[in-house]
Design a protein. Structure first.
Length: 265
């Protein structure tokens, strides 16, 4: 199900879903296909490094499945640890997937998979000059995200927590501040573990969420994909509806109709 009256707009292109879905770690291709059909995501991420640029039987099956799903592909530079690695992988991905979209991942720490924040901005600048539509994976640091916008990124993708942890937003203050300060689309990428996490960040005003592990490693990935899709829509609707102002004291919710009449002899 999609909301055609409230599309997600990235780099001038519109998408009817505000959920992006990863394609790795699923129990089987059939489960991945079922999850995609249930969630109806805006994009599917795929890693060229993991699948391999040289055709072989397993990668061919994966490419055929992606074509069958008929969902726009967002190649990523997962596993890259240097600027040149990212540039080379992105250029190869553009040829293989025939798209200028790229999810920029430049890893600075293998344990947390935290982005290399010192080199991320210059890498984004080089990709943008090369004609890519860059969606950078980054931390929730306000200054870093602003620099990425200044470099030409028309959207940024801060993490909620380290990749694959499922902890949900570990720094709500910074994430809410980031949403208040930046005007570009913000996509929460990494760290969401439950549909309630997705609903929460969407209520804060984030524009979309990107998921992989939380769906792929669920006991029922297809059902979980649907739960996340529903939660994302609910959070977006709640944000647009305008939540009530939090109160310190209890407020009666049932109106009093008239005044009781007491008769005294």
């Amino acid at each position: 199900m999609s909301n055609t009256s409230d599309p997600l707009t990235l780099y001038g292109e519109t998408f009817q879903s505000r959920l992006l879905l990863g394609t790795s770690r699923y129990p089987s291709p059939a489960v991945l296909e079922g999850a995609v059909q249930r969630a109806q995501p805006a994009m599917l991420t795929a890693s060229l490094r993991r699948q391999g640029a040289v055709p072989h039987e397993s990668s061919n099956r994966f490419w055929e499945l992606l074509k069958k799903l008929n969902v726009p592909v967002l190649p990523n530079t997962a596993g890259c640890h240097s600027v040149q690695e990212v540039i080379t992988t992105a250029q190869m991905a553009r040829e293989v997937f025939e798209t200028s979209w790229i999810k920029l991942e430049l890893i600075g720490d293998d344990y947390t998979l935290q982005p290399d924040t010192l080199n991320l901005v210059q890498t984004a600048e080089r990709l943008i000059r090369d004609g890519f539509k860059v969606l950078p994976y980054c931390t929730e640091d306000l200054v870093l995200c602003q620099r990425l916008v200044d470099a030409g990124c028309q959207a940024v993708m801060p993490w909620a927590a380290p990749i694959g942890t499922g902890k949900g937003p570990v720094n709500p203050y910074a994430m809410r501040m980031l949403r208040e300060r930046l005007e570009v689309p913000l996509i929460v990428d990494a760290g969401l573990g439950r549909p309630s996490h997705a609903c929460t960040v969407m209520e804060w005003g984030y524009d979309a969420v990107l998921l992989n592990t939380a769906v792929a490693l669920a006991q029922d990935p297809v059902a979980m994909a649907g739960a996340f899709a529903d939660a994302t829509r609910a959070g977006r609707a709640a944000r647009q509806s305008g939540a009530m102002t939090e109160q310190d004291a209890a407020q009666p919710s049932t109106p009093l109709l008239g005044t009781p009449f007491w008769h005294h002899e």
